[in-house]
Ligand binder design. Structure first.
Ligand code: NAD
Ligand code: UDP
Length: 317
């Protein structure tokens, strides 16, 4: 049993990770400022004596005795990270410095939740970890993209200079139950629009691609990365299945049985055209590959949003 800190633990991925770590018998400290995460997400764990919930912002230092740190704290969707871009940079830069300082002091191993956004609008396809990316440093997404890139730099420098035991995972688009309805992500938007009988809003011509990883597959990869020795990463974690947004819209319509139509809206600025992980390194080093196809992972995701939509309709009555 280990004592494990999960920052951003009350968010979408964090909640699934906390659940998994508790199931394995660990003590989990979930630290969150509740910007996009919620107490409701972790409510089922509160009765567990091995679970502790702390309201704290990682921009401020903290001292805790822990063996491992998973640093997930950071809003992940464009609507939320662009709501207060300077705060997002502070979370990515000052926040990781605080967590690295903590890891150094208590000799904890630290895993950083980095992102495929470090590749920007990639010129190499699919993306391998050796690709340095094509990122606009002054665009509306750069607070997040460049923030995450600096966080990787800090991880590597604390490792080289101070011997901190680090792990970096680059997460590609992840979906599943407990995604936020209002985060503007394509899966949550399409599913909620379909369930509410509203038009599905495809941005651009819908031929841009993404690769969607089911959240339990991602969590498996993160835990494997944290618990292996001798490989710091960065390593891509994602599902290499590549779909256009038009294909995703059709799948959502078929699985929900919705009669909604598809409408086309302008493509947001700096929206990457293609994204697909090369996961050869994760296969080699971690023996990891995702097992949940999009078609199957959408089913529990749709069920989750059915409950969310039904609850919001009841509130309106
Ligand atoms: P999320 O928004 O649901 O979770 C982020 C959590 O961090 C929330 O609970 C939020 O309240 C908390 N938080 C934000 N700023 C904080 C701060 N300063 N101090 C403390 N807590 C703070 O997002 P998610 O999808 O669960 O993403 C988790 C991590 O994974 C993020 O770091 C994100 O960048 C990364 N990631 C996610 C995806 C994805 O597809 N979901 C893809 C790539 C990377
Ligand atoms: N998108 C869309 N309709 C929506 C929301 C998003 O067509 O209602 C598109 C978006 O332009 C992008 C893709 O879906 O090309 C994935 O967007 P998301 O925000 O989920 O992830 P990211 O762009 O961060 O990969």
């Amino acid at each position: 049993m280990k004592r494990i800190l999960v920052t951003g633990g009350a968010g979408f991925i964090g909640t699934h990770l906390c659940e998994r770590l508790l199931q394995e018998g660990n003590e989990v400290i979930c630290l969150d400022n509740f910007f996009t995460g919620s107490r409701r997400n972790v409510q089922p764990f509160l009765a567990n004596p091995r679970f502790e919930l702390m309201r704290h912002d990682i921009v401020d230092p903290i001292l805790l005795e822990v063996d491992q740190i998973y640093n997930l704290a950071c809003p992940a969707s464009p609507v939320h990270y662009q709501a207060n871009p300077i705060k997002t940079i502070k979370t990515n830069v000052l926040g990781i410095m605080n967590m690295l300082g903590l890891a150094k002091r208590v000799k904890a191993r630290i895993l950083q939740a980095s992102t495929s956004e470090v590749y920007g609008d990639p010129l190499q396809h699919p993306q391998t970890e050796s690709y340095w990316g094509n990122v606009n440093p002054i665009g509306p997404r750069s607070n997040y993209d460049e923030g995450k890139r600096v966080a990787e730099t800090l991880m590597m420098d604390y490792h080289r200079q101070n011997g901190v035991d680090i792990r970096i995972v680059r997460i590609f688009n992840t979906y599943g139950p407990k995604m936020l309805e209002n985060d503007g992500r394509v899966v949550s938007n399409f599913v909620c629009q379909a369930l509410r009988g509203k038009d599905l809003t495809v941005y651009g011509n819908g031929e841009q691609t993404r690769s969607f990883c089911y959240v339990s597959d991602l969590v498996e990869g993160m835990v494997r990365m944290m618990n292996q020795d001798g490989f710091t990463g960065p390593v891509n974690l994602g599902n290499p299945g590549e779909f256009t947004m038009n294909e995703l819209a059709e799948k959502v319509l078929a699985l929900t049985g919705s009669k909604s139509s598809i409408v086309y809206r302008p493509l947001p600025e700096n929206d990457p055209q293609r994204r697909r992980p090369d996961i050869s390194l994760a296969k080699e080093k971690l023996g990891w590959a995702p097992v949940m196809p999009l078609q199957e992972g959408l089913v529990p995701t749709i069920e989750h949003f059915r409950e969310v939509v039904a609850a919001s309709l009841l509130e309106k009555d």
